[in-house]
Design a protein around this ligand. Structure first.
Ligand code: AQP
Length: 334
C-alpha cells in the first residue's frame, strides 16, 4: 500500500461559517497544509440533502471558498474545489451505496438528529450522506481527515466501507483506512444558548453562534447574552460537569487564548462569569473580525474565487479519474 499521507476534508456551503467550524476544522486545515498534501472541498452535494435555495447555494459556495482563504488556506499549496464539479464523487458514492449496509446507516446519529421526528419525510440523500462522505475521502485515497467530533461516526463508517470494498473485491490495502484528526480540546464547540447542542449554521437563533462575518458589536452582544452560570467560576473542572454552557465558554477562552483549561481556572476561579465574558469578547474580536473583513474583501472579486475553484477542479479531477479507472476495474465495470 502507498505510504503517502494525504489529507481530505469538506465543509458544507450551508450559510455562515461559525466559530465551531473555525476551531473544530478550519484552523486544523491551515495547520495541516504546512505538513502534508491537502485537498479541501466545498461539499455542495452534501448541502442539497436538505433543500437549498439555488441562488443562495451559489453564493454560499463562493463564501465558503472566501472563508477558506481568509482563515489562511493557500490555493497554491492546497487543492480547493467544489464537490459537484468532479463527477467521480457521485459515481463512487453509487458504488459505495452498494457496498455499505442498511444496518450501518441506521446507526448514524446525525441522520436521526437532522431528520428530526418525521424521518419518512427526510430525503434519501440525507440518509445515505455518509456513503457520499466515504466516496469524497476514498476517491483520493486520503489517509487523514481533519474533522470536528460530530463527524467521528461518519469517519468510522468510511473505514468500514473501505475495508468491506477491499475484502469484497479481494484487493487488500486498495483503499487506505482513513484516520480522523480531531482537535483534542475543541472537538465540539457548543451553542451559546444551549450547551447540550453543537454550535451549528442551521440553528435558528443567530445568538447561538459567533459567525466568522460578525462585527465587533455583534460578537460583544452575543457573548453578553450567552448562557453561563449564576455561581462564581470554580477552581475545578469537575464542578463544571453539569454546567455545559459555562464549560463551553471556558473551553472557547482556553482555545483562543492558547492557555490550558487548568491555567484558565487558576486565573479565573472565584470571579464572576462577566469577567470571563469581557476577556473572551476582546479575544474573539481580535481573532475573528479580521477574518470577517477578509471574507468581505474576497467576495468583492467573485471571478477570482471562480478561478481558484476551476484550478482546484482540474487538479482534483486528475487524481479522481486515475483512481476511478482502477476502482471500475476492481468492480468489473467496463
Ligand atoms: N460546533 C462544532 N464544533 C466543532 N467542529 C464543528 N464542525 C461543525 N460544527 C462544529 C466541523 O466543521 C466542519 C464542517 O462542517 P459542515 O459545515 O460541513 O457540517 P456540519 O458539521 O453539519 O456543520 P453545521 O454548522 O452543523 O452545519 P449545518 O447546520 O448546515 O448542518 C466539520 O469538520 C465539522 O466536524
Amino acid at each position: 500500500m502507498s505510504k503517502k499521507k494525504l489529507v481530505f476534508s469538506g465543509v458544507q456551503p450551508t450559510g455562515n461559517l461559525h466559530l465551531g467550524n473555525y476551531l473544530g476544522a478550519l484552523k486544523n486545515f491551515v495547520y495541516l497544509q504546512k505538513e502534508m498534501e491537502c485537498i479541501y472541498c466545498v461539499v455542495d452535494l452534501h448541502a442539497i440533502t436538505v433543500f437549498q435555495n439555488p441562488k443562495e447555494l451559489k453564493n454560499n459556495v463562493l463564501e465558503t471558498v472566501a472563508s477558506f482563504l481568509a482563515t489562511g488556506l493557500n490555493p497554491e499549496k492546497s487543492v480547493i474545489f467544489n464537490q459537484s464539479s468532479v463527477s467521480g464523487h457521485a459515481e463512487l458514492a453509487w458504488i459505495f451505496n452498494c457496498v455499505s449496509r442498511i444496518g450501518w446507516l441506521n446507526r448514524m446519529t446525525q441522520f436521526k438528529d437532522k431528520a428530526g421526528s418525521d424521518k419518512e419525510k427526510a430525503s434519501v440523500g440525507l440518509y445515505i450522506y455518509p456513503n457520499l462522505m466515504a466516496s469524497d475521502i476514498l476517491l483520493y485515497k486520503a489517509t487523514h481527515v481533519p474533522v470536528g467530533a460530530d463527524q467521528k461516526q461518519h469517519l468510522e463508517l468510511s473505514r468500514d466501507i473501505a475495508q468491506k470494498f477491499n475484502n469484497d473485491f479481494n484487493c487488500k490495502d486498495f483503499f487506505p483506512l482513513p484516520e480522523p484528526l480531531i482537535p483534542k480540546n475543541v472537538s465540539r464547540i457548543m451553542s451559546l444558548r444551549d450547551g447540550t447542542k453543537k454550535m451549528s449554521k442551521s440553528e435558528e437563533s443567530d445568538y447561538s453562534r459567533i459567525n466568522l462575518k460578525d462585527n465587533a458589536d455583534e460578537i460583544s452582544k452575543k457573548i453578553k447574552k450567552a448562557k453561563s452560570d449564576s455561581e462564581q467560576i470554580p477552581n475545578n473542572l469537575k464542578l463544571l460537569e453539569n454546567k455545559p454552557e459555562a464549560l463551553n465558554l471556558i473551553n472557547i477562552y482556553s482555545e483562543i487564548s492558547k492557555t490550558s483549561l487548568e491555567k484558565v481556572l487558576n486565573e479565573m476561579s472565584g470571579k464572576e462569569y462577566s469577567y470571563l465574558k469581557t476577556k473572551l469578547t476582546d479575544l474573539l474580536i481580535s481573532e475573528i473580525t479580521p477574518v470577517g473583513k477578509e471574507i468581505a474583501k474576497l467576495l468583492r472579486d467573485k471571478s477570482h474565487l471562480m478561478k481558484i475553484l476551476e484550478k482546484g477542479r482540474e487538479k482534483a479531477n486528475i487524481i479522481a479519474e486515475e483512481n476511478l479507472k482502477n476502482i471500475r476495474e476492481k468492480v468489473g465495470l467496463i
